[in-house]
Each structure stands twice: as structure tokens, then as C-alpha cells.
Design a binder for this molecule. Sequence first.
Ligand code: HPA
Length: 272
Amino acid sequence: MTYLDKIKESSDFLISKGITNPEIAVVLGTGLGKFLDYLKIEQTIDYADIPNFPVSTVEFHKGKLLFGTIGTKKVIAMQGRFHLYEGYSLQQVTFPIRVLHKLGIKHLLLSNAAGGINKNFKKGDLILIDDHINLQGSSPISGLNSFDYGGIFPDMSAPYDKNINSNLTDEATKLNINLKKGVYASVFGPQLETRAEYRYLGIIGADMVGMSTTPEVIVANQLQLPCAAISVITDECDPDNLQKVNIEEIIAIAGKSDEKLSKLFFETIQKL
Ligand code: HPA
């Protein structure tokens, strides 16, 4: 079966489960799940039950697709995503995005936990991703640079959608959330960065660093699917005063900002 056939098979399966005409999808990053409290859930499907879906290997990523409504909007929430560091290829990592697009979503919202490089960013801050630097060493559209997959040599001059971003910014203001802006660098992981690597990331223009999101955004752009992304800062990466961090701490800090981010997505979705 070709990759294209697999996308169709997965999408047909989800349609057969009643997931029809979704308008928006939200990908929930590490430690972020409260958004589900805002979703009137109609259907829950384990990734393991969806044909061709990779199975998430990381224990804290629950691996479920949820379908429901927010106001009048039909929404898919992806609880858990796939990462390069789990041993998947970038084509596997971005497979769900292609399936969501095939299902007909019109907007994609992404979230992640990230290390703060910019010294003005503090633990728990929400940062609107304004641009990115792909340091993962490959492209999710390698071998798929064709019109069958959405287009060739996708333009990356504005990978994050202006309209969604302005809605997120407006809603943040109304909610009294100080939504900052920054450039996200994606690395392979799973190890965190050395002091020299954090210093390097700052020098090349990154404001935060994480291990996801850019492959999904690249694919969304190839598909001309408007997308936006928000990082939760979970650790402050000052190379001159670097503290030890562990994943439990990162998850706990993401959890503290979960409510704020979920409310922001909830309000924004109703405006899209
Ligand atoms: N580096 C990479 N990924 C991350 C970090 C970090 O410091 N924090 C959360 N995800």
C-alpha cells in the first residue's frame, strides 16, 4: 500500500466511526490535557485501533483521538503525538496530520512543552510560535515532494497562519494572558541540550527549543492547511546557570499552565 493509500484507509476508518466533517484539530503536547474538559466528547478512539497509526511508545502520551464539539464547531483533539526520538520516521510522525487534512479540517492548533532560551521567558509562560528553525536533520516531506501530497517545494515565508495568530492574540488579551512570541527550534532529542547547545540555539535566533511541532507545521504548509502553535515554557535554559531538569518536572510545569492554554484554545476555536 502506498503512503497515500494508508492516509485514505485511516481516514475512511475514522469516518466509519462517525468522525465526519471536523473543522478544527488540536494536538495536545506533553502534560497538556485539560482542553478535553472543554470538549463535548462524542467519540474516543485509541491510536492503537486506527489502521496505520503508529502506536505512541511514551508512557505519558496517552495516544487517543477524541471527537466532539465546542459551541457549534466540530473538533478533533489528538491526545499525544509521535516524536522522532521514539524511533519513528518523520513520515510516521506527521501521518496523523495528513489524515486530519483528509478528514477535511480547516484549521490546526498545536501545542508543546519547550525549553526557554530567551531570558525573558519564564517557566509556565505561553509563547505563540512566530517562526521556527528545523534542526531535526531531515524533512517530513522528503520523498513526498509532489502534488499528490499537496505541492512541491512548499513556501515557508509565513508558516504560522496570520488569522489564527491574531485570534489567539486577541483572545489572550481578553483572558488576561500575557502571550509572548518567539522562534521555536526543533531538535531530535530525547536528551536535553548541553550548555553549549543552548548557547548555540540562542546565537542562531531561537527563543525556545523542543522536540516536536516543526514536522507537523511543515506538512500542514505543504497541504495549505492553516496552522498555529503555542509553547509552554517548562524549563529555563540559561547556559551560564543551567539547572538539572527531569521529565517529571517538565510535565508538572506544563500541567500548571494547562488550564490557561486550554481556555485560550477554547475561546479561540469559537472565533475561527
Ligand atoms: N529542550 C528540548 N526539549 C524540551 C525542553 C528542552 O529544554 N524542555 C521541554 N522540551
